[in-house]
Design a protein around this ligand. Sequence first.
Ligand code: PEP
Ligand code: MN
Length: 376
Amino acid sequence: MIIIMKPEIDPNGPEMSNLLEYLSLFPGLKTSVSGVRGTSRVVTEIYLIGPTHDIPGEHIERMPGVERVVRVSSKYRQIGRHGGQLDQLGFEYNGLLFNQDSFHIFLGLCAVDTREHVEIVFKNLQRLGIQTARMGAYKPRTSPYDFQGHGASCLPWLFELAGKYGIRVVAMEVLKEIHIEEIQKALEKAGRPTGVMLQIGTRNAQNFELLKEVGAQQEYPVLYKRGMGLPLEEALNACEYIASEGNRKIIVCLRGVKTRLGDPHRNLVDFIHVPVVKRLTRLPVCVDPTHAVGTKDRGSDGILDMFQACAQGVIAGANMVLVECHPRPEMALCDGPQALTMRELEYFVEDVRIARRAYEERRELASREAMKNLLK
Ligand code: PEP
Ligand code: MN
């Protein structure tokens, strides 16, 4: 059960404390309060966990400050839309808004290598007006003999440089709990010049203990990448693990699924699931065309397959794209062949913006059609 408060209600005010006191009378019931930022308003929601059968929803709906009470089905209890009864779940992080309407481009290195390369990337992002980056410090590799990432040692200069070039959020994969602590310590020591979005990679998509760890902390948003062999339902259940621990700042990332049917691409592009995730859940959706396609081949019209895949996701309403680039791809310690060069960045960003504008036009067209049907 979820209690949605009226937008003007102060989360620390008397209506909230009266309601929470009343709810504390029900044995075994746990409550979790969160602020939800939509496009036009911020509301407080109270999630009731445990035996909710005897909770008198109608009585609660009449209590001061309460807008409505929603009884949720067991599937995707916290992240689900529950048949359209719940609005999207948005959040603000480090001054940027993430929800099912927002749009951000995250660009950067697959694996952090040198200070010089990181600085070149950040400088280029700043030139393009982009405040969001991706940088891998901890790398899960298929072979134990491949570069595993610099780990915590690169974080101090990485965060300092991010701050210097106005990067507000860096998406960074974590493989275990201690990585979150290392990021926390390094950010604090550097004076929080930037923010971090914790990335759960495809290889950890069902590492439930790690999902619980990123869910138990409330500070950093989580970019959850679909497991390369996971049905969508299992991937969304994994997101529910994160939310059930208290952290609902989650973005679902589609990155292609592994099957030989995707050849000659690295994975089969699954971006038609963008509208499905937005319909089933309240979460924003990201697409990662770099790992989905995994090549820099281009079609006879000159457009890279990776750009085509990206445009498919964006024109379908993706809220974020995650793409790898490198100043000298031939020197990259991981995924060099699929990295965009600095010269290609401007072209890429323009191409993405064309697809986003097309999506916005299509959304307006859909809402005009819906209005016409209403008036019929
Ligand atoms: C990455 O984004 O750095 C990465 C390793 O991707 P994935 O987990 O999707 O393979
Ligand atoms: Mn990579």
